[in-house]
Design a protein around this ligand. Structure first.
Ligand SMILES: [Zn+2]
Length: 122
């Protein structure tokens, strides 16, 4: 399937993977959605992959302030194993939104087909 800045990357029996393109045209901003079913747990998982960045530029105009923020992020990851990051993808216009909705509808159909094709569990 090909839509405006949205494409299906891969499909397996229980997983569908889409790439959502950013309106700026830079593939570094794209998001990858992986939707997979777990019939044993009766769950659908949505994985969102994208490049993320530490928020070091807003409110930190001086280079040493940004360096200090990077150290703080690094130490936070070191001691807590996680850190809050952000990512953004630009959505431009109705056609782009419709394309994203279309892939989600298609993913929904794939999930329903997969669930209905599984044998009943006792
Ligand atoms: Zn972008």
């Amino acid at each position: 399937m090909t839509s405006y800045r949205v494409m299906k990357q891969d499909e397996y029996s229980d997983t569908v993977i889409y790439r959502l393109g950013c309106s700026c045209g830079n593939p570094e901003c794209d998001l990858v959605l992986e939707i997979d079913c777990d019939p044993k747990l009766h769950q659908v998982r949505l994985h969102i992959f994208g490049n993320t960045a530490a928020s070091i530029y807003w409110n930190y105009p001086k280079w040493y302030q940004r360096l200090w923020r990077r150290f703080k992020y690094a130490f936070h990851i070191l001691f807590y194993g996680e850190v809050e990051l952000h990512s953004e993808m630009l959505i431009n216009g109705k056609e782009h939104i419709d394309s994203i909705i279309e892939v989600l509808e298609e993913a929904k159909q794939s999930i329903e087909t997969y669930i209905n094709s599984r044998p009943e569990e006792k």
